[in-house]
Design a protein around this ligand. Structure first.
Ligand SMILES: Nc1ncnc2c1ncn2[C@@H]1O[C@H](COP(=O)(O)OP(=O)(O)OP(=O)(O)O)[C@@H](O)[C@H]1O
Ligand SMILES: [Mg+2]
Length: 464
């Protein structure tokens, strides 16, 4: 059943056409003037307009033009007693679907209207198809054929239009930011900004003014009003990366923003309403941070309504060849080279453990593409530790003694050893040490405090 609108100033025609199309199963509206017709078009979602060219207040061509403005996809059949080539041509130019001359054969008009309706169904289908294609295109930059990644794609599509906060978890380099962007791109917010904020990179007060903005005079240096990122991302998406690094005071403020959908710039009295979607990410186990007491439980529940966990690369090894090909193509395009990969090199890549996940794989390929002199990537262009990686050997280093071990104490020890080693290797440079351990500086400092070795990095620097 479709909604049809018949516009004719002659009552007999209106009655006739109503009867005819109602018996075809449609809902028929009638109007005797252009104005009346437009009123109905604005109110009802009419699919087919059947209009006389001559109307008392405006001509049918005008009705056609205005009706297209109101609903661009409407099907239009023009009827006239005075068909001139001119009006017919103009009507077609404005997108009328067909043109009938009075007096007309009812059966003929029925066929015409049926065809118009069929054409619309085709357009709808085509549009849905194109939309689906476009959407798939938008996540094609995320590579992965494994069932685990297919499940992730499914989630991305499902949550795109949902308004609640999404929490993306996963080890470093698994593609959390990529997924956050894909969710944004697939949502109706796609045309609006996507703003990414690394919560671990700011001090508490800086983060607050970055996120919420400030007013002139709020603190020394605040010489003008400044918009916060929440406001800048209004109607779009804000990506709060490393949310686990947020200080307790900021956590309270964020929770309030999520609940009230308003932000208060630093130093302001008024709150500003915002419509910003929040996607958060962390490579830490938020649940255990909650248990430890360093992450608020209420905020945790608020942001983890929809969790998406990205599997580490070593749990989806079947994706490695695809990713390798993808990155070879990417870096060949950048460097203007043309390379394939040898079977041996691919085998090595497939066997490696990839604790830095896709990011580490990408860097490895980037480097190999730059180094390779032959026309296919050879093992020699891969880093030594990857070539020599041998899971058997590593397992041998970790034999469990017969008398057993105190696992927690042992792990604490191991953790401390790695931190000290990272500081030693980097001459006490905390930023570099944190990078080596693939954690944020804040997390590193947390470990320094925990093991009571904060003074160590200064000592290491002095040794240099
Ligand atoms: N499935 C994938 N397909 C293609 N490229 C990927 C994929 N996953 C990650 N990458 C690439 O790997 C790099 C790291 O991804 P991203 O920055 O999204 O990781 P992350 O999980 O946010 O890491 P971190 O926790 O360290 O911030 C990026 O260059 C990204 O484009
Ligand atoms: Mg990231």
């Amino acid at each position: 059943m479709k909604k049809l609108l018949v516009v004719d100033d002659e009552q007999s025609y209106r009655q006739l056409l109503s009867l005819v199309f109602e018996s075809e199963g449609h809902q028929v509206y009638t109007a005797s003037s252009g104005e009346e017709a437009l009123k109905i078009l604005r109110k009802e979602n009419v699919q087919v307009l059947i209009s006389d060219v001559r109307l008392p207040d405006m001509d049918g061509i005008q009705v056609l033009r205005l009706s297209r403005q109101i609903s661009p996809d409407i099907g239009v059949v023009m009827i006239t007693a005075f068909a001139t080539v001119e009006t017919a041509r103009e009507a077609f130019k404005l997108g009328a679907d067909d043109f009938v001359q009075k007096p007309f054969d009812i059966e003929e008009l029925k066929v015409i209207v049926r065809k118009v309706i069929e054409k619309q169904a085709l357009i709808d289908e085509n549009r849905a198809f194109k939309r689906a294609q476009r959407e798939r295109g938008r996540i094609t930059n995320i590579i992965g054929n494994s069932p685990k990644m297919q499940a992730v794609f499914q989630m991305i599509e499902t949550v795109a239009e949902v308004q609640s906060t999404v929490l993306i978890t996963g080890e470093s380099g698994t593609g959390k930011e990529l997924v956050a962007r894909a969710i944004h791109e697939l949502s109706s917010r796609a045309e609006k900004p996507f703003i990414s904020v690394n919560c671990g990179a700011f001090t508490e007060t800086l983060l607050e003014s970055e996120l919420f903005g400030y007013v002139k005079g709020a603190f020394t240096g605040a010489t003008t009003n400044r918009k916060g990122l929440f406001e800048a991302a209004n109607k779009g998406t804000i990506f709060l990366d490393e949310i686990g690094e947020m200080s307790p005071a900021m956590q309270v403020k964020l929770l309030r923003v999520l609940q009230e959908k308003r932000v208060r710039p630093v130093g302001a009295h008024e709150e500003i309403p915002i419509d910003t979607r929040v996607i958060a990410a962390t490579n830490r186990d938020l649940r255990s941070l909650v248990e430890e007491g360093s992450f608020r439980e209420d905020l945790y529940y608020r942001i983890s309504v929809i969790p998406i966990n990205l599997p580490p690369l070593r749990e989806r090894k079947e994706d490695i060849p695809l990713l390798v090909e993808h990155f070879i193509k990417k870096y060949c395009e950048i460097t203007g080279k043309s390379l394939s990969i040898s079977k041996k090199a691919m085998e090595i890549l497939e066997n490696y453990s990839w604790h830095g996940n896709v990011r580490e794989l990408e860097h490895t390929i980037e480097r190999a593409v730059a180094l390779e002199r032959s026309d296919s990537i050879q093992p020699e262009s891969l880093p030594e530790h990857i070539i020599n990686y041998n899971p058997e050997r590593i397992r041998a280093e970790f034999t469990l003694p017969d008398e057993g071990i105190n696992l927690f104490a042992h792990l604490e020890n191991l953790e401390r050893t790695y931190v000290v080693e990272a500081l030693r290797k980097t001459g006490g440079n905390q930023t570099k040490a944190a990078q080596l351990l693939q954690m944020s500086v804040r997390s590193l400092r947390h470990l320094l405090d925990k093991h009571n070795i904060r003074s160590l990095s200064a000592k290491m620097r002095n040794l240099e």
